[in-house]
Design a protein around this ligand. Structure first.
Ligand code: ADP
Ligand code: MG
Length: 447
């Protein structure tokens, strides 16, 4: 049996002939065969966006190509696998082609969907939107730093990526990093004695995008490094844009010095979307996903789902998946039925029902002994969601899931948690399932 690596090399040879040069270079060139087991072929790619793009656009071609080489059906999965994990800097750099760090350009790290054009503006986010456009066009010359805060799912990361796209098209050097990634790279730089290099690399950008700063609020050394980077950039008139889940003054653990820096420029919130904004977002997203859904139904959803944009997206994904599965039309009546189908249930019962529905299984099958892949995956998703959404203990989850032992539950939970961040198909499925869970919560509140 040839190794996954060799099989993939052969497949790449074939694919190179079949796709355009640009597509090959952008999406396939830096991939590698990771494993091939039980008809599942795993391909490692450098980033989540590449994985998502390949899943969406080349999945069937890649499956066909691999099937021919292997001589049988094969399920292809793309997963993030960084060959030189962090060592040559995995912050997202991008700049004009002739710039100094073009070899590190990782333009694909900006999600192609997160653009200014795709961002829907309403009263809830108008100021943040205007400010980000302003700093993207005039970096270093208006608000510096720009600090945007909101609860989760309201478009902060979307706006940062939009700035990234705009900066690139204006020929500027830009770096995006989540606070978590920054921390990891910083820790690695310490280990390798390369903190100076790490800082020097960041100093060269025109725009520095720093996502979810609350993550470093309890990390003193990382904060210190961030503060130095901040000063380096600020003193050179480079633009800094930071997001967080709350305003600087509410970050109790952040050092006072850093807190005051964060307030030097403009601090602006994104509010949860009002009804009108929710409706426009739903209309736009429905159009984007090409799902046929009447305005009446969208209004119903906008009325029911109030918290954030991610939930609105989740609900649409769920409805699309259901329509595909059952062939039903999304009328007011059917959607209402979907909304209320779990209204008499609470917490983990809702989770089990929704996951079962999503995979076209029954709750009994979930709690029972079936061991096929689909049921096993659905069961693990239940474990994950009961823990995350319903705060259940592992023992409790085991009990509800047909008296399974607690080690099985821990394993299932950890597997999903780890895989979610790198497997975009799974991430998408869970987003849809959460969408429905949110819908049932919303409809319960109404009754
Ligand atoms: P946050 O970073 O605040 O948690 P994200 O930027 O990840 O939120 O947004 C969650 C999802 O909602 C993304 O898919 C994003 O594209 C979408 N989204 C959020 N706000 C808007 C908006 N105003 N218009 C269009 N899509 C939005
Ligand atoms: Mg975010």
């Amino acid at each position: 049996m040839e190794s996954a690596k060799q099989i993939w090399e052969t497949a790449l040879g074939e694919l190179q002939i079949q796709v355009s040069k640009a597509n090959y270079t952008t999406w396939l060139k830096n991939s590698q065969g990771i494993s091939y087991q039980e008809n599942v072929f795993v391909v490692g790619v450098p980033s989540a966006f590449v994985a998502e793009w390949l899943t969406k656009s080349l999945h069937s071609l890649v499956s066909k190509t691999l099937a021919q080489i292997i001589g049988g059906d094969v399920d292809v999965q793309f997963t993030v696998h960084n060959q030189n994990q962090l060592t040559n800097g995995s912050l997202a750099y991008a700049n004009q082609p002739d710039g100094g760090i073009s070899t590190k350009a990782k333009i694909d790290r900006f999600n192609p969907k997160y653009t200014f054009a795709n961002f829907i503006v309403g009263d809830c986010n108008r100021l943040a939107y205007a400010a980000t456009i302003e700093v993207a066009e005039n970096p270093g010359h208006s608000y510096n730093p720009l600090f945007i805060y909101s609860s989760t799912g309201q478009g902060k990361t979307h706006l940062l990526h939009a700035i990234g796209h705009r900066a690139i098209s204006n020929g500027l050097k830009v770096a995006y990093t989540s606070a978590e990634q920054f921390t990891n790279e910083f820790v690695l730089a310490i280990k390798q004695g390369q903190v100076e290099d790490f800082r020097a690399r960041l100093r060269t950008v025109h725009i520095f995008l720093f996502d979810d700063i609350q993550f470093i609020s309890d990390k003193k050394q990382t904060q210190q490094c961030f503060l130095q980077t901040f000063n380096d950039l600020y003193n050179n008139n480079r633009q800094i844009i930071i997001t967080a889940d709350r305003p600087p003054k509410d970050m109790a653990l952040l050092s006072n010095k850093l807190k005051s820096r964060l307030e030097w420029g403009l601090v602006t919130p994104i509010q949860p979307p009002d009804f009108e904004s929710r409706l426009s977002i739903l209309r736009a997203k429905a159009k984007e996903t090409m799902i046929t859904i009447t305005d009446e139904v969208l209004q119903l959803l906008a009325k029911q789902i109030r918290e954030n944009v991610r939930q609105l997206e989740g609900a649409l994904i769920y409805l699309t998946a259901r329509t595909k599965l059952t062939g039903m039309e999304l009328t007011l009546q059917t959607v209402n039925k979907l909304l209320t189908s779990t209204a008499d249930k609470q917490g983990s019962e809702v989770i089990m029902q929704v996951v079962a529905d999503y995979f076209n299984l029954t709750v009994e099958e979930l709690t029972g002994k079936r061991r096929d892949r689909k049921t096993a995956l659905a069961r693990q998703i239940v474990m994950y969601l009961m823990r995350e959404e319903d705060n259940c203990s592992f023992a409790e989850i085991g009990k509800r899931l047909g008296n399974r032992n607690h080690a099985t539950i821990v394993h299932g939970y950890e597997k999903i948690a780890a895989e979610m961040s790198v497997n975009s198909k799974l991430y998408h499925q869970i987003l849809g399932i959460k969408g429905k869970i949110d819908l049932s919560k919303a409809s319960r509140e109404k009754y």
